[in-house]
Ligand binder design. Structure first.
Ligand code: AP5
Ligand code: MG
Length: 216
């Protein structure tokens, strides 16, 4: 199965994708992680992406679609993808539909994490990520320790776009450009809304229940 995990910045898309990957043998495709990877290389493209992300705006559809096609076209990934943070505009939906058709695949379900804004702000303010293994932690809710994390502490970082000014812009971008994506999938009957205000384990219990009932 291919699925989309949807939600505002800091909703828990990455956190829940990590859980799903382990239990369902799927592959997480976070466009945010893919773009941050490009920044690491400090190519001309990477430098342009860095400015856009740090302003809380969206990277152009062409760049993102190109990254996505590389992944969908790989036969090792056939029907095993969790799209995290994509599609993020209505035009990205159409590109994804085209690509899925081209490579003979479909989306089985869209999981939407609904979280209140003040909860999200605290989650983003407390987020720490490991640049080596990409695990996501939180100083308030889920601290890294020797049981849940094996990499050296030096790899733990705060994301450059997790600052108060960028966060505000990310929310605005989400509301104006990304939220309309939900209507499309609601109309298509693929959307499952989940209360994302609860604890990580409780949200995952619900997600697991939903995914275990999907047959395709
Ligand atoms: P991206 O990296 O996708 O950022 P985002 O959508 O803003 O979402 P986040 O990664 O911030 O949040 P998340 O929902 O994954 O939450 P997480 O699990 O980390 O994109 C970054 C930028 O790249 C964009 O702004 C844009 O510029 C560009 N971009 C990306 N995709 C693009 C696209 N398709 N097109 C164009 N541009 C694109 O959790 C957050 C924190 O909360 C963590 O600390 C976690 O430990 C904690 N937490 C999670 N769940 C819970 C819980 N239930 N209880 C308590 N704490 C929790
Ligand atoms: Mg994320």
């Amino acid at each position: 199965m291919n699925l989309i995990i949807f939600g505002p910045p800091g909703a828990g898309k990455g956190t829940q994708s990590n859980n799903i990957v382990n239990d369902f043998n799927l592959i997480q495709v976070s466009t945010g992680d893919l773009l941050r990877n490009e920044i690491e290389f400090q190519t001309n493209l990477g430098k342009k992406i860095e400015i856009i992300i740090n302003n809380g705006e969206l990277v152009s559809d062409d760049i993102v679609n190109l990254l996505i096609e590389k992944i969908i076209s790989d036969s090792n990934n056939f029907n095993r993808l969790i799209f995290d943070g994509y599609p993020r505009t209505v035009s990205q939906i159409y590109s994804l539909e085209k690509l899925l058709k081209k490579y003979n695949q479909k989306i089985s379900i869209v999981l939407s994490l609904n979280v209140e804004k003040d909860i999200i702000s605290k989650r983003i303010n407390g987020r720490i990520i490991c640049e080596k293994c990409f695990k996501i932690f939180n100083v308030y809710f889920n601290r890294p320790n020797s049981k849940n994390h094996n990499c050296d502490k030096k790899h733990l970082k705060i994301r450059a776009d997790d600052n108060s000014k960028t966060i505000l812009n990310r929310f605005e971008t989400y509301t104006s450009k990304t939220k309309p994506v939900l209507d499309y999938y609601k109309k298509g009957g693929l959307l499952r809304e989940i209360d994302g205000n609860q604890e990580i384990a409780e949200i995952y219990r619900k997600i697991k229940g939903i995914l275990m009932n999907i047959r395709d």
